[in-house]
Design a binder for this molecule. Structure first.
Ligand code: BG6
Length: 481
C-alpha cells in the first residue's frame, strides 16, 4: 500500500504572522513536509507577511533555522529548494503599509490563500484590507485559526466581519483535530464498513467515552489559557468535533456540506448540561511542575485545567445513551481516544458473566493510532466454561508499516485549502452552535465564585470526575494503565 499525493495547483499562500509561534512550529514545517513528499508544486509560493522588518533572504534564513529544529532530519538540499519558494512582505495589519506590495506580488493565475496565523482581533482588519487592496477575488481562500471567539457573541461578530469580505465557501476555519488521520478514519470505520453501523445506536451502545488527556501543563501559554480554560480551549472545538463524527448520521455523500450538515444536527440535538453533570478541576503542584494557578501566573485563578461532562443527544439514535467527555492537562499520560462501550447480551447463558466489562470498540487517536475491539472469549484449557476478555488489537503502525506514518494534521489541512476542499473545516453555523451550547455553562462559572476541585499532577483528574460515572454504575477507562 503506498500513500498517494493528490496534486495541487500552483498557489500563492500568504501566511500572516509568519514569524509567530504557530507558523514556526506547525505551518512552515508542514509545508516543508508536503514539499518533500512532492505534493507541493514547484510553482507553489509561500509569502510570509508580518510586522517584523525582514528581507526575503533573512526570512529564508530564519525558516531554515526553524526547519533545523522542527524537521531536523530534512536533507540540506531539499531544505534549500524549499526555501527558494519563500518570499516575505513587511506589512502593518492595522495600517496601510505593505499592502500594495503584497497585492502586486500575487499571480492572477495561481490559487490564492491567506492564512491568518494571528490573534482573532486581527481577522477583521486583515480581511478588510485584503478586500480593499483587491486581493479578495472570487477564488481566494481565507484560513483562520482557533480560538474562533470567546463566546457566542464574539464568534458571531467574527463571522460577520469575515463574511463582509469573503463568502462562506471561501472561509476555512481550522480545527486541527479534523486533520488527524484517525479522526478521518472514524468516518471510514463507520461508513465504509457494514459491520458497525447496525450496532451504532442506543439499542446496542451503553455509553461513549471521549478522552483527550495531556501530560503537559500550561507553561508558556498561561496568559491565553487562563482566559480560556479547558471548556473553551478543548471542548468547544476538538472534543465537539470528535463527538459529532462519532454521533452523526451517515451523510448522503462525502462532500463538505453534506458532512457538515450532519455534524451541525448533532450539536443542535445536544441537551443543555445541568451543572451537576459537569466537573471542573485544576492540577496541583507535582513532578511535572507548579500548580495550575502558579503556572498560569494567576494563583487565585478559577479557570479549569480539566473538565469532565456527561451529555445527552436528543434524537432517535442516541436517546438514553450518555456521552461522557473529559479532557485535562498534566494528567498521567498524553492519550486521546473514543471508547464505544456496548451493552451486554440480552440474556446470559453463562453463570459467571458478572465481572465482565463487555464489548468495547476503542478508537485511539494518540499516541499510537489504532483500533481495539474488546471481546469475550473462553479461557483456554480445562476448568469449566471460564470466560475472559481479550483485545483484538490493531495498531496502524504494525498493520500498515511505513504507510501508517500519519502526516501532521496541518499538512493535510493546508493542502485541502489549496485544493478547495472544505470537508475538514468548521462551517460558521457549526462554530456558533457549539458556542451556543457551551454558553450557559461558561457564563455560570464566570458569575460564580467557586474554584474548581484540585487534582494530582500525573493522575487522572479530580475524584468528582470518577463519581460522575460511578453514580451511573459505570467507570472511566484508565488513562495510561
Ligand atoms: C490546542 C490547544 O488547540 O490543542 C492546546 O489550544 C492543546 O491547549 C492542543 O494542548 C492539543 O493538540 P494535540 O494535537 O497535541 O492533541
Amino acid at each position: 500500500m503506498a500513500s498517494v499525493n493528490i496534486p495541487v495547483p500552483p498557489f500563492d499562500l500568504v501566511v500572516f504572522g509568519a514569524t509567530g509561534d504557530l507558523a514556526s512550529r506547525k505551518i512552515l514545517p508542514a509545508l516543508y513536509r508536503r514539499f518533500e513528499a512532492g505534493q507541493m508544486p514547484a510553482d507553489g509560493r509561500i509569502i510570509g507577511a508580518a510586522r517584523t522588518k525582514l528581507s526575503r533572504a533573512a526570512f529564508r534564513k530564519q525558516v531554515g533555522a526553524i526547519l533545523g529544529e522542527y524537521a531536523a532530519d530534512a536533507p540540506a538540499e531539499r531544505v534549500k529548494a524549499f526555501l527558494n519558494c519563500l518570499d516575505y512582505v513587511v506589512l502593518d495589519a492595522r495600517g496601510e503599509d505593505g499592502w500594495d506590495k503584497l497585492a502586486a506580488s500575487l499571480r492572477a493565475d495561481a490559487v490564492r490563500a491567506f492564512y491568518l496565523s494571528v490573534g482573532p482581533s486581527l481577522f477583521g482588519p486583515i480581511a478588510r484590507r485584503l478586500e480593499r487592496f483587491g486581493m479578495a477575488v472570487d477564488g481566494a481562500r481565507i484560513v483562520v485559526e482557533k480560538p474562533f471567539g470567546h463566546d457566542l457573541a464574539s464568534a458571531e461578530a467574527l463571522n460577520a466581519e469575515l463574511r463582509q469580505c469573503f463568502a462562506e465557501r471561501q472561509i476555512y476555519r481550522i480545527d486541527h483535530y479534523l486533520g488527524k488521520e484517525t479522526v478521518q478514519n472514524l468516518m471510514a470505520l463507520r461508513f465504509a464498513n457494514a459491520l458497525f453501523e447496525p450496532l451504532w445506536n442506543c439499542q446496542h451502545i451503553d455509553h461513549v467515552q471521549i478522552t483527550v488527556a495531556e501530560d503537559l501543563g500550561v507553561a508558556g501559554r498561561g496568559e491565553y489559557y487562563d482566559r480560556a480554560g479547558a471548556m473553551r480551549d478543548m471542548v468547544q472545538n476538538h472534543l465537539m468535533q470528535l463527538l459529532c463524527l462519532t454521533a452523526m448520521e451517515p451523510p448522503s455523500r462525502f462532500e463538505p456540506d453534506a458532512v457538515r450538515d450532519e455534524k451541525l444536527k448533532v450539536i443542535r440535538a445536544l441537551d443543555p448540561v445541568p451543572p451537576g453533570d459537569i466537573v471542573r478541576g485544576q492540577y496541583r503542584a507535582g513532578a511535572g511542575g507548579p500548580a495550575y494557578g502558579d503556572e498560569a501566573g494567576n494563583p487565585d485563578s478559577r479557570t479549569e485545567s480539566f473538565v469532565a461532562l456527561k451529555l445527552h443527544i436528543s434524537n432517535w439514535r442516541w436517546s438514553g445513551t450518555p456521552f461522557y467527555l473529559r479532557t485535562g492537562k498534566r494528567l498521567r499520560q498524553r492519550l486521546s481516544e473514543i471508547a464505544i462501550i456496548f451493552r451486554d447480551p440480552p440474556h446470559s447463558i453463562f453463570p459467571k458473566m458478572q465481572n465482565r466489562r463487555g464489548n468495547a470498540l476503542i478508537i485511539r487517536l494518540q499516541p499510537d493510532e489504532g483500533i481495539t475491539l474488546r471481546m469475550t472469549i473462553k479461557e483456554p484449557g480445562p476448568g469449566g466454561m471460564r470466560l475472559t476478555e481479550v483485545p483484538l488489537d490493531m495498531t496502524f503502525a504494525e498493520a500498515l508499516g511505513e504507510d501508517a506514518k500519519s502526516p501532521e494534521a496541518y499538512e493535510r489541512l493546508i493542502m485541502d485549502v489549496i485544493r478547495g476542499d472544505q470537508t475538514l473545516f468548521m462551517r460558521g453555523d457549526e462554530v456558533e452552535a457549539a458556542w451556543e451550547w457551551i454558553g450557559p455553562a461558561i457564563s455560570d462559572w464566570a458569575e460564580g465564585t467557586q474554584k474548581p476541585a484540585t487534582y494530582d499532577s500525573g493522575g487522572s483528574g479530580p475524584e468528582d470526575a470518577l463519581m460522575l460515572m460511578h453514580r451511573d454504575g459505570r467507570r472511566w477507562r484508565g488513562i495510561g494503565e
